[in-house]
Design a protein around this ligand. Structure first.
Ligand SMILES: [Zn+2]
Length: 406
């Protein structure tokens, strides 16, 4: 039997407002079991609001709390059922430290969710002794608290996508606030209807406040913006425009490799293939990011393959159009010049750029998005990497939202 002093000490240690420890048991298999009682004598009736002191009955409730010294801690609460003196209805007293119908404290749920941010459900369950289904319930409760939270002061919206399982075309649409790099929603289905549903749930006030929407080069997104946010300016995310040009350069590299492979002269063929070996990175990367060894590798590729050299130069020039244009008009002229020079070597990119000219040049004015969408994608990829046992998309979205919570 714990002394009064020990119970006082445990009460301080437990540190839950208006709660005192009345009894303490150390159990070898379960851990610490603290019996606690509420210090408040009056409880507001949820039906009529009247404060009530009349106790109808007690019932016992076991609640898991944060571990102490590596041991599990359970709170045994003698929960009161009150009878309202005004409306005569019977109700359970609410506990500030525990959500109704949950058998763990709020602070334990916070701690577990925080761990889920950096790990996956299964290993957090193993580590903490909280079951996987309980963690899923915690996530669902979190979702309830997040749902209905509309974006605040959203001015610049980014719509992008990520593939869930690489190579299977399993895409999710990602909605982000570009001003504070926050994830707003992850839409499991990358269809216009599914995204429209999420956008509409934000309400007309939020949608009409959006001034600019950054999208990748996908027509349905543009149609959607024009439909729901007719006043917002559509900007093509330069990350995706750049991707397109890089892809075409990479196709040039593959084509070159094919031609070399078809050569009859064996000695020449081997030498040329050696130069091309692992050349994808040095060709596609930003030239400023290459180290000395990579730079000399690039030089060799350029010396051996004039067509790739020309394509690489054009790719770098394309990047500079975005990085160095000082205003919209300057950007437009630089882009026009690039289109002239690259007509022969980048036919596919030409088509895309001409089709999206308005949206691409809008980026010169806005200087919007460089890196933001990419950064968010990276963060989601991290969640994806540690979350291979997520059972469904809903969990995945929650874990992503959790990762973006401060
Ligand atoms: Zn009442």
């Amino acid at each position: 039997m714990a002394s009064k002093g020990q119970l006082k000490l445990l009460t301080d240690f437990l540190n839950i407002p208006d709660v005192k420890v009345t009894h303490f048991v150390q159990d070898t298999s379960l851990g610490k079991i603290l019996s606690v009682a509420s210090l408040t004598s009056e409880v507001a009736c949820p039906h009529c609001g009247q404060m009530s002191q009349k106790i109808h009955s007690y019932y016992s409730h076991l609640i898991k709390d944060l571990p102490m010294n590596g041991q599990n801690v359970y709170l045994q609460v003698n929960k009161r059922k009150m009878k309202c003196e005004n409306c005569l209805k019977i109700f359970s007293e609410p506990l500030d430290f525990c959500e109704p119908k949950r058998n763990y404290t709020k602070r334990l749920a916070d701690d577990i969710l925080n761990q889920v941010k950096h790990s996956n459900i299964k290993s957090v369950a193993e580590r903490t002794g909280v079951s996987e289904s309980e963690i899923e319930t915690m996530l669902k409760d979190l979702k309830k608290s997040l749902v209905g939270q509309k974006p605040q002061d959203l001015k610049r919206l980014g719509i992008d996508e990520i593939s869930l399982i690489k190579g299977q075309g399993n895409y999710c649409a990602v909605l982000v606030d570009l001003d504070n790099s926050q994830l707003l929603a992850l839409v499991p289905d990358r269809t216009q209807e599914a995204i429209e549903k999420v956008l509409l749930s934000w309400g007309i006030d939020v949608l009409s406040g959006i001034e600019e929407v950054s999208i990748d080069l996908w027509r349905p997104y543009k149609t959607l913006v024009e439909k729901l946010m007719p006043h917002a300016e559509v900007v093509a995310d330069r990350f995706h425009v750049m991707n397109q040009v890089q892809e075409e350069l990479d196709n040039g590299r593959k084509q070159t490799k094919k031609e070399v492979n078809n050569m009859d002269d064996k000695k020449k063929k081997t030498a040329k293939l050696k130069v091309l070996h692992h050349s994808k990175y040095v060709l596609l990367a930003n030239s400023d990011d290459l180290n000395e060894a990579q730079k000399s590798q690039l030089e060799e590729v350029n010396k051996e393959f004039p067509k790739l050299q020309k394509m690489h130069e054009l790719k770098e020039n394309f990047r500079k159009v975005f990085e160095e244009s000082i205003n919209w008009f300057d950007g437009l002229l630089n882009l026009a010049e690039w289109l002239k020079q690259s007509a022969e070597l980048f036919p596919k990119s030409q088509g895309t750029i001409r089709r999206w000219l308005v949206e691409i040049t809008a980026d010169f004015e806005q200087k919007t998005t460089n890196g933001i969408v990419e950064g968010i994608n990276q963060k989601i990829k991290l969640v994806k990497r540690c979350g291979f046992c997520f059972r469904n998309i809903e969990n995945f979205e929650l874990r992503c939202l959790l990762a973006f919570q401060n």
